[in-house]
Design a protein around this ligand. Structure first.
Ligand code: SF4
Ligand SMILES: [Zn+2]
Length: 120
């Protein structure tokens, strides 16, 4: 299934953040991630693939569903806490998008299901 712009951008953002985090914490080069970070990134991408909000996806920290396991959530939080402020210079557009996402109110899952029904 092809993913929309929102999910595609989110995947690019988390990939860029993981690259910054891994480079500085695990001393890998710019072009590759260590095995641990590959598995975290893979997990995050799979969450995005199955995110029930898709194009209306809120910032994960505002989400009512919280589809991450507690451990993975904490790990991704660490990555975002570190890499978020370091994204502005190398990735200004992704960084701005991420900041705006955090300012937007999160949709309710029920409200979204109803608006999907109306659109059909
Ligand atoms: S935490 Fe919420 S917004 Fe983030 S991927 Fe999971 S369901 Fe979607
Ligand atoms: Zn790493």
């Amino acid at each position: 299934m092809p993913f929309g712009r929102r999910i595609t951008r989110e995947k690019k953002t988390i990939t860029a953040m993981m690259a910054i985090y891994c480079r500085d914490h695990h001393h890998t080069g710019h072009k590759r991630l260590c095995a641990e970070c590959v598995s975290l990134l893979d997990y995050a991408h799979r969450r995005l693939d199955t995110c029930p909000f898709q194009e209306e996806k809120p910032a994960c920290n505002l989400c009512e569903v919280h589809c991450y396991s507690a451990i993975m959530r904490e790990r991704v939080r660490d990555v975002m806490r570190y890499a978020g402020p370091r994204m502005l210079w190398p990735h200004p557009i992704l960084s701005l998008g991420h900041i705006l996402d955090k300012l937007r109110p999160a949709p309710k899952l029920k409200a979204r299901a109803q608006s999907d029904k109306k659109r059909r």
